[in-house]
Design a protein around this ligand. Sequence first.
Ligand code: AMP
Length: 190
Amino acid sequence: MAGAGDDGPRIVFLGAPGSGKGTQAALLAEHLGVPAISTGEMLRDAVAQGSLLGERVREVMARGELVADDLMAEVVEERLARGDARRGFLLDGYPRTAKQAETLAAILERSSKRLDHVISIEVPEEKLIERALLRQRADDTGEVIRARLRVYREKTAPLIDHYRKQRLLRTVDGERSVSEVQSEIFRILE
Ligand code: AMP
């Protein structure tokens, strides 16, 4: 049973690059008063600072591939141990592989916590390519965008079924405006 002050929620956001999950995660986190933890943002900060972590992930990120699961496990475990994440969090961009989902489950289990919801923002791939090309970062090429989408389809999309089986999955149609998607997410969580 959850102890006093242990009041969640603990939410994972799934969604391909360009699905709007980062935007929605930030909006929901603010609404719920829990931190939105974006592993992509943490890694980009590390690269910008030129830290050891940044050095290790820079090239993999530039190719649109995934950083190794073991390294991500260290990053996420350390982040979730910080005080602000103890009473709930929203994960944006983790887990991205079956192995990462196992790691997250193990981290939570060690502190007798569990996930409350997994929100999958669904957008058809053609639409994602269109959106991704519009918002591409300076160093992204069409090729890197396609690599990111392929990685999502092959490695991350299988988590949708994994969490559906655990009855944690809530799917949201992401092909609408930011505020419409936001309202639907708020409604689902009520
Ligand atoms: P994002 O901003 O979430 O799209 O992440 C940007 C990049 O950071 C990804 O393309 C990956 O190279 C890396 N990254 C972020 N989160 C993860 C993760 N959970 N596992 C592996 N690589 C990640």
